[in-house]
Design a protein around this ligand. Structure first.
Ligand code: PMP
Length: 451
């Protein structure tokens, strides 16, 4: 039974003492007191199915008992020691994480957040290539530090301060809203229902690739690129997928122009997309640098950058240090997460339950004209609502909020995203069951019907 501060007190303190720019979900916010696996509980003990996982962060389940036990044991032995000393935890964890990565990606830097990981990736790329320009896609999210704010492309997360120089955003190959479309050439089970057979020759995909190539005429001089950053599926941007082969082709263009390809796996890593452990594997590429956070620590502040020995050697001219990165507790959490994903077949679960959920959600498109799109892979899902399917005008924020709150009141937590806030984002802990997936569809259907 919860016996802590009242809702009113929690709210009053938050309003008085916490960052006033914090987004608060729902017009009538609620407070969470406990979590267990795929469930959250409010102060009154009401249970909610958490289909957002703390924004794609709780990968294996809230308060997973194996992590709780491992951390409690580690706390008794050694809570922290600086990485200026040797310690078996960080060594064991770095070895295991590197075994999950393909090819030459064998060197790991541990940090504390996704923003920090991307910041470090910029430094690595610039030092290694001796180039300065860094490119990313419009509608991407890569962080909120001063430098990653320039990488991120969504005015919602930008302040009117000079953006860090050397950062460019290029046209987003968004298959649903992008200028050339390409909807039929994306990956995922729902797409196959409406698939086309243009395969590798996707016309829209080709146009986006040509446009990318054009950046080297207009924006970046030949061989002047340090890095190109991309999420494998855009998360904050609203579960945005790219045409098949886009990432593969642009990664080659990047390399031909002297740059490095950085895969931001903060949301798509750790088995979430089902078919693969890393989202980039779905694009059939091997990045030069991989950044990871969120699901890596199941909610613990842990993040990492993986790269090759050759690229890492470019940072040895000075000391690169991080106080908490991969400390004994962080490494215990990270190692436990990797073990749990294996022991509990969570990547496989992402695939089977995610596919089932995607296909069931796509039924809503037949029932409601304002369900514009259902997309994604594994347990990285987006449901985009529109006021009119032809114009694809986003559904109004008021209507979105009504549906969203109706879901919450019925015990279902889902997220929201996309430039217009009209995409419901579904990224639960990967331990959910078929029953949870069906409950999600039922509740969403009920809320849509009520509208
Ligand atoms: N990259 C991606 C793809 C993200 O979704 C996020 C967080 N939403 C970040 C980077 C930044 O992570 P953090 O909030 O841990 O700094």
């Amino acid at each position: 039974k919860y016996e802590g501060l009242s809702f009113k007190d929690i709210e009053a303190i938050r309003k008085r003492h916490l960052n006033p720019a914090l987004t608060t979900y729902y017009s009538k916010p609620f407070a969470i007191s406990q979590g267990h696996m795929q469930w959250l509980f409010d102060l009154d003990g009401k249970r909610y199915l958490d289909m957002f996982g703390g924004i794609c962060t709780v990968s294996v389940g809230h308060c997973h008992p194996k992590i709780t036990k491992a951390v409690a044991e580690q706390m008794e032995i050694l809570g922290h020691c600086s990485n200026v000393y040797y310690n078996e935890n960080i060594s064991k964890y770095a070895k295991k994480l590197s075994e999950k990565l393909p090819g030459k990606l064998k060197v790991i830097y541990f940090v504390n957040s996704g923003s920090e990981a991307n910041d470090l990736a910029v430094l690595l790329a610039r030092n290694f290539t001796k180039n300065f320009n860094v490119m990313s896609l419009k509608n991407c999210y890569h962080g909120m530090t001063y430098q990653t704010m320039a990488l991120t492309s969504n005015a919602h997360y930008k302040y009117p301060v000079p953006q860090n120089p050397g950062f460019f955003n290029t046209v987003n190959p968004d298959v649903y809203r992008g200028i050339w479309g390409g909807e039929k050439c994306r990956d995922g089970p729902v797409q196959t229902k409406r698939s086309c057979d243009c395969g590798n020759e996707c016309e829209a995909g080709q146009k986006y690739i040509e446009q990318f190539q054009d950046e080297f005429k207009y924006t970046i001089s030949k061989n002047g690129l340090a890095a190109f950053f991309a999420e494998s599926i855009q998360g904050v941007g609203g579960t945005v997928q790219f045409p098949k082969n886009y990432i593969k082709n642009v990664s080659k263009i990047v390399k031909d122009n002297g740059g490095l390809f950085v895969a931001d796996e903060v949301q798509t890593g750790f088995g979430r997309t089902g078919d693969y452990f890393w989202g980039f594997e779905g694009h059939n590429i091997e990045p030069d640098i991989v950044t990871m956070a969120k699901g890596i620590g199941n909610g613990y502040p842990l993040a990492a950058v993986a790269t090759t020995e050759e690229i890492a050697s470019s940072l040895t001219k000075a000391s690169h240090f991080n106080t908490y990165g991969g400390n004994p507790i962080a490494s215990t959490v990270g190692l436990s997460v990797l073990n749990i994903i294996e022991e509990e077949n969570l990547q496989e679960n992402s695939k089977t339950i995610g596919t089932h959920l995607l296909l069931r959600l796509s039924e809503l498109m037949d029932e409601f004209d304002f369900v514009g799109d259902v997309r994604g892979k594994g347990l990285m899902i987006g449901v985009e609502l529109v006021s009119d399917r032809n114009s694809r005008q986003p559904l109004s924020p008021e209507k979105m909020t009504k549906i969203w709150e109706a879901c919450r009141d019925l015990g279902l937590i889902i997220g929201r995203g996309g430039l217009h806030g009209n995409v419901f984002r579904i990224k639960p802990p990967m331990c959910i069951s078929k029953l949870d997936a069906d409950f999600t569809v039922d509740v969403l259907r009920y809320a849509l019907n009520r509208l």
